[in-house]
Design a protein around this ligand. Structure first.
Ligand code: GTP
Length: 481
């Protein structure tokens, strides 16, 4: 799948360079997609879903006014073809007029909707759930307006008898809405490569991961198609409305794909499933339940769009956790994270009767370093001191910044004499910090070993008392309690 996408994006990259080619491609794509709708048409002018509406919306969303002439040409062209297909007794001139009317009725509502959605997307802070709900509401309203206008245009041009309107408008609307909700995200993603817009880059909205599918994607897709085919075969076999409603269970695997795959592949899966549902309605002659399937397509697509928020929320959550648990200057654990880890290690050691030590150290005369060499040099001293300490520690030890120039290290499974030796080795290492010719860095250390009734606070207080003693005794040394 990624290979397919890369080939496709390479092709679009080349085509996007030429205005003529990209417009021709959009024109042909629109005609092809309109024909696809015909393939799943169950009554005249009403398809289970109408994918051309989705392409129109996506093209206007990405390309804006510059795609309008192409869309008008495609609408007029398809009207000539429809006149022939439905064997309408209309002259060339009448069909041209009907085509232009259809173009205005079809394009205008989607243009207004697409502009409104773009405005929301370009708002100060991009909010995915708000964007999705806006898209769904705009898609429903634009499709309703397009339905009303296109039906008027069809009646005026004599392509739809007035008596048919009451029977046609609802499936027409739901089909158009499904076309937009299902197909617009996919085409918007593809067209953003064809119609680059510096002000609006879809990658920024959908995230840089949108072109990477997992290795399991094809199996997930296969499972989805098998399940929906099974559900529809059941409806065909049982021939009851209850069995038709089984299609709504398909929301579950689609939510799974949406929350575990990149947005582009979610759009591919929704578009494919919707097309197969529409095709099977025709092949299995499930016309009696067509509205159930139309609503199912809309519900599945809307849910899958909302589930898009899950990966971005999870990523944001992980980022927040990382920020909250790390000290931004020294990259060691933050005070809160250190206390949490320390409490955990202390309970574990007490339960397993294992040794544990807490070591606290503080840079000597740090205020003077700041005053003499400036705060940025002071910051570098803190960073270098942490690096020096980390080089002497094991991966299981936890080092954190307790505040200012004071750091705490938790050393599980370690006896006090070993920790004292580690402290002395860190003192030796600090002597090698060469940030300035006259600048020497040293620190004082306090060590305390875990006792049976200890908690973090009591253990820290003993180590801190030892540190105070180390400072009193002349600094750059380790004291223990
Ligand atoms: N550059 C820098 N300075 C900091 C930071 N946080 C705290 N300080 C400074 O660190 C100094 C801490 O000084 P103390 O620990 O009280 O005293 P000291 O000069 O180190 O003296 P002794 O601890 O007695 O050896 C204060 O001047 C703070 O302003 C920081 O993130 N960056």
């Amino acid at each position: 799948m990624p290979y397919f996408y890369h080939t496709l994006s390479e092709l679009t990259r080349r085509v996007s360079g030429s205005v003529l080619w990209r417009n021709l491609l959009l024109f042909l794509l629109w005609l092809a997609v309109w024909m696809l709708g015909l393939l799943v048409e169950y009554t005249e002018h009403a398809s289970v879903w109408f994918p051309a509406a989705g392409l129109t919306f996506a093209a206007l969303f990405i390309g804006g006014v510059r795609v309008m002439p192409v869309l008008v040409a495609a609408c007029v062209c398809i009207t000539y073809w429809a006149g022939h297909y439905y064997q309408l007794n209309l002259s060339f001139w009448q069909l041209t007029q009907a085509g232009l009317l259809f173009a205005i009725a079809h394009i205008l509502p989607y243009y207004v909707g697409a502009r409104l959605l773009r405005h929301i997307a370009l708002g100060t802070v991009f909010n995915l759930p708000l964007f999705v709900i806006s898209f769904l509401v705009i898609a429903a309203l634009a499709a309703l307006l397009a339905t009303a206008l296109v039906i008027c245009a069809l009646v005026i041009s004599g392509m739809l008898p007035l008596a048919e309107v009451s029977r046609t408008w609802l499936p027409f609307w739901v089909g158009d809405m499904a076309g937009v909700i299902v197909i617009a995200p996919l085409f918007a993603s593809l067209l953003s490569a064809l119609y680059p817009a510096p002000k609006f880059v879809l990658d920024n909205v959908l995230g840089p991961q949108q072109r990477i599918a997992s290795n399991q994607f094809k199996y997930k897709l296969l499972l989805n198609i098998s399940l929906l085919s099974l559900a529809m075969l059941l409806a065909w076999y049982a021939d009851t409305p209850e069995s038709a409603f089984a299609i709504f269970f398909l929301v579950i695997p689609h939510m799974w794909i949406a929350s575990t795959e990149a947005p582009f592949y979610n759009a591919v899966s929704v578009a494919l499933s919707s097309f197969v549902i529409a095709l099977l309605v025709n092949l299995l002659a499930l016309m009696d339940y067509v509205m159930v399937y139309q609503f199912a397509i809309n519900v599945i697509a809307a849910n899958a769009l909302f589930a898009l928020a899950v990966p971005s929320l999870t990523a944001a959550n992980q980022q927040l956790k990382l920020v909250a648990s790390t000290d931004s200057l020294t990259q060691v654990a933050s005070r809160e994270h250190l206390q949490q880890r320390a409490s955990l290690e202390i309970s574990r050691s007490l339960e397993q009767h294992q040794a544990l030590c807490l070591m606290v150290f503080d840079i000597d005369h740090f205020k003077q370093i700041n005053d003499k060499y400036g705060h940025s040099k002071g910051d570098e001293v803190l960073q270098q001191a942490c690096l020096a300490a980390q080089q002497m520690l094991r991966p299981t030890d936890v080092i954190g910044r307790y505040g200012g120039d004071e750091f705490v290290v938790i050393l599980p499974h370690t006896e006090q004499d070993v920790v004292v030796a580690i402290g002395q080795r860190i003192i030796e290492r600090l002597k090698h910090i060469t940030l300035d010719e006259q600048l020497t860095v040293s620190a004082s250390f306090g060590v305390a070993a875990l006792k049976a009734d200890d908690n973090f606070r009591s253990l820290f207080e003993r180590a801190d008392t030892a540190l105070y003693r180390a400072k009193q005794q002349g600094r750059s040394q380790v004291a223990w309690h």
